[in-house]
Design a protein around this ligand. Structure first.
Ligand code: UD1
Length: 346
């Protein structure tokens, strides 16, 4: 446990899905002051009540649009002794990015540039960037390692993460007192084991697991499996689903790694996945097993922007951060279902 309790870690997107779970782990595993920046454009202020319920601690949130540099500067000027930023705030829907690419370039890249400007102005030298396995595109060889070259991104969302990585890496090279960890998340799913915090999609979810739980809860009528004629073992797409609390724990370890100067280079990229490829149909069957419920689903056409198959080689993150995933697929599905039951069935 750290004793630097006068130092502050800024978490952008702190009310979001991964941001809120990371704040919970930071509050439980470290002594840092935590300040969130979130304008609730795709999240909910009630998340901070959930964090308090789980941790017993209140988190201060600055309600600012990170794309507005002036407002951001004014808000952050009040933060005492900021030593690190974990930058989650971004839009993350593949289909939405296909429909509205400019929104993704503006929001995901504009906010990143502003946050790095803040790092420069305030000499904040520890930075963690939320990247995604979508940077790899469709690759020939699986599992992907951090050295796997990028194929063209399949969606503007994926491209915004490829460009975001370049921005962070180039900025890191341009200054001497800045260190960054870039975490490429595979497919974060599940909810806090207490069942009191989880993904809170606005409107109809785009991601598989909240779609499954809302269908099982009777909120949505039917899940469509996007394609069963891919070249995979059962024809549906393969992903590396990883429990959100495992992702959150990796952020705490990455932060300590930066602050304790364990990093050999100014910037390090890590894959954050379990290493297991799971098909959409396997994910559905795992859910049906743990929830003891039949899911109403049908096979539909392919979805634009989907990669066929991707899962991680996670050797590097295990070795360097001494991290390993704790939860298996059934536990991910059960926690997601527990959260859905907490939110309510129809
Ligand atoms: C993508 C990114 C991931 C990122 C996530 C954020 C890739 C490979 N991964 O995940 O890094 O964290 O966006 O949103 O780009 N599916 C259905 N029916 C549905 C919904 C989804 O069959 O109603 C299928 C999809 O076709 C896909 C799988 O379920 O094969 C997972 O989809 P989703 O949860 O949306 O995540 P990705 O698009 O894989």
């Amino acid at each position: 446990m750290s004793n630097q309790n006068t130092s502050t870690i800024i978490v952008t997107g702190g009310a979001g899905y991964i941001g809120s779970h990371t704040i919970i782990e930071l509050l439980q595993q470290t002594d840092y002051n935590i300040v969130s920046i979130d304008n609730f454009s795709n999240s909910n202020a009630a998340t901070f009540e959930r964090i308090e319920k789980i941790t017993g601690k209140q988190v201060k949130n600055l309600n600012v649009d990170i794309c507005n540099l002036e407002a951001l500067e004014l808000a952050i000027a009040k933060v005492k002794n900021p030593i690190g930023i974990i930058h989650f705030a971004a839009f993350k829907s593949v289909p939405q990015s296909v429909a509205d690419p400019l929104l993704y370039y503006h929001n995901n890249l504009g906010s990143l540039v502003n946050i790095l400007k803040i790092c420069k102005q305030l000499k904040i030298s520890n930075f963690i960037f939320s990247s995604s396995c979508s940077v790899y595109g469709n690759v020939e060889k699986l599992p992907v390692t951090e050295e796997t070259p990028f194929s063209p991104a399949e969606s503007p969302y994926g491209q915004s993460k490829q460009m975001g990585e370049d921005i962070v890496l180039n900025y890191t090279k341009s200054v001497s007192d800045f260190k960054a960890v870039l975490l490429r998340y595979f497919n974060p799913v599940g909810a806090h084991p207490t069942g009191f915090n989880g993904e809170f999609p606005r409107g109809r979810p785009d991601n598989l697991v909240p779609y499954i739980t809302q269908t099982a809860a009777g909120i949505l009528q039917k899940l469509t499996v996007f394609g069963d004629n891919y070249d995979t073992r059962d024809g549906s797409c393969i992903r590396d689903y990883i429990h959100v609390s495992d992702i959150a724990d990796a952020h705490v370890k990455a932060l300590n790694y930066l602050i304790e100067n364990k990093q050999k280079k100014a910037s390090t990229v890590f894959n954050l996945g379990t290493g297991n490829g799971v098909s959409v149909l396997e994910a559905i069957h795992s859910f049906e097993k743990v929830a003891e419920k039949k899911l109403n689903y049908e096979i539909g056409p392919r979805r634009a922007g989907d990669v066929i198959s991707i899962y991680a080689n996670n050797d590097l993150v295990k070795k360097e951060l001494n991290w390993s995933p704790k939860y298996n697929l059934d536990e991910m599905m059960l926690s997601a279902w527990k959260w859905q039951l907490h939110l309510g069935e129809k």
